[in-house]
Design a protein around this ligand. Structure first.
Ligand code: S3P
Length: 429
């Protein structure tokens, strides 16, 4: 699907962003592990969370979905069934990596496949610790999907220190450890998103700058009742759009603001954004709030490696903010962006270059010379079949002085099915 995007004079209105993709996928996978009835409200229609529901059905969960209400009857972690077919993880790295930990831990033989993008994402990072624990896993040459997990005996425990600050890798090892008689520990020095430890209520110890999470088969996984908060990563598109377009005001209700996810708030505030966060509350252990963003003149900033995990999924749209900010901005220590749903550093370079913004790419980042006072050039953007690139391109296109085109714009539905409708609702021309 090709989308034509007209420039906008301003953005105004009130929306609720869709439910959090990371939490929804975990809600599905953890309900499979819990024996009995889990009730999940505000489950999103987006492609990745729906993929998670399909996958758990193949392993013996009963899933009843009525609108955004999902009831999952889980077989429990000791009674999952061997799937009768390959498990298609679609576009979702989270599903593939977390499910691999579960299947290896349970010793359930299965083959995990994915779409073209997922098939080119690195899996060695999970294969290595799982094999160290005694799992037998084969992959395509170089450690790419499909993954074949063989039936294995009980896994040994490990003390694993994360070599990259990845919540998917952390969660994979913790989930495998949930089947072992002896405690497995995962240590991280740069905190990655903490939904797994929060939702499974795992014991967490802080030792200086180290966070140590412990798990074993003795840890109970109970059915859950959960209302999934709005996805901060989806809200970030509007936080940037509302900041960089004149005369704008956007209200976003019920948005998750977990600090391991919402680093973009700090970055935008540092850039001079006018954002207010009110009505803070907690939903299922996750902080939630209402956010209002108003137009502001943004100034350049730097994002370094320590800050990257908190903004990892927001870096494409933050680079749009940098393109509209006064001065030269830098992103460094973000090499992980090269192995996301697309090579996001290369994608942003192509996109910003077309819009007439000066950009330099490094192996691990970008340097962007902002153009705060000029309308940008309209572009013919490729989404690279990457949801966040398609949506970042749309926000950039609102600032252009003509009509832009985005190819393969349907990719947005991986995390945000209503994105194009919300864009129409909020845009004034
Ligand atoms: C996710 C973790 C992040 C993030 C991805 C979702 C998760 O990946 O980029 O979109 O749900 O755990 P990494 O943990 O590999 O950085």
């Amino acid at each position: 699907m090709n989308k034509s995007i007209l420039p906008a004079a301003k953005l105004q209105g009130h929306i609720s962003v869709p439910a959090d993709k990371s939490i929804a996928q975990r809600a599905a996978l953890f309900s499979l592990l819990a024996e009995g009835r889990s009730e999940i409200k505000n489950f999103p229609p987006a492609q990745d969370p729906q993929t998670a529901l399909q996958c758990i059905r193949l392993l013996g969960a009963e899933v009843i979905q009525e609108g955004s209400d999902v009831v999952i009857t889980g077989p429990g972690r000791w009674n999952m069934k061997v799937p009768g077919q390959e498990i298609d993880c679609g576009n979702s790295g989270t599903v593939m990596r977390l499910l691999s930990g579960i299947l290896a831990g349970a010793g359930i033989p299965a083959t995990l496949t994915g779409d073209e993008s997922l098939s080119s994402r690195p899996m060695m990072r999970i294969i290595e610790p799982l094999m160290q624990m005694g799992a037998e896993i084969t992959s395509s040459e170089g450690g790419y999907p499909p993954l074949r997990i063989e039936r294995n005996r009980e896994l040994a425990s490990v003390d694993f220190t994360l070599p990259v600050p990845s919540a998917q890798l952390k969660s994979c090892v913790l989930l495998a450890g949930l089947f072992g008689s002896n405690p497995t520990t995962v240590t991280e020095t740069l905190p990655s998103r903490n939904h797994t430890e929060t939702m499974l209520q795992l014991p967490v110890k802080q030792q200086g700058n180290k966070k140590i999470i412990t798990v074993s088969r003795d840890h109970a996984v109970r059915p859950m009742k959960l209302h999934i908060p709005g996805d901060f990563s989806s809200a970030a598109f509007w936080l940037v759009a509302g900041s960089v377009l004149n005369d704008s005001e956007i209200r976003l209700s019920g948005t998750g603001i977990n600090p391991t996810r919402s680093g973009a708030l700090k970055v935008l505030e540092r850039m001079g954004a006018d954002i207010s966060v009110t009505g803070e509350r907690t939903s299922a252990g996750e902080p939630v709030a209402d956010i209002v963003v108003r137009s502001a003149r943004l100034k350049a900033t730097s994002i370094q490696a320590e800050e990257v995990p908190d903004v990892i999924d927001e870096l494409p749209v933050l680079s749009v903010a940098m393109a509209c900010a006064d001065g030269v901005s830098h992103i460094r220590g973000a090499g992980e962006l090269r192995v996301k749903e697309s090579d996001r550093l290369a994608a942003m370079e192509k996109m910003l270059h077309q819009s007439g913004v000066q950009i330099r790419t490094y192996e691990d980042g970008l340097t962007i010379s902002g153009k705060p006072d000029a309308r940008l050039l309209p572009g013919r953007y490729l989404s690279f079949h990457d949801h966040r690139i398609a949506m970042a391109a749309a926000i950039l296109a609102l600032k252009a002085d003509g009509v832009s085109e985005i190819a393969d714009a349907e990719a947005a539905a991986v995390s945000y099915t209503e994105f194009w409708d919300h864009l129409d609702i909020l845009s004034y021309r």
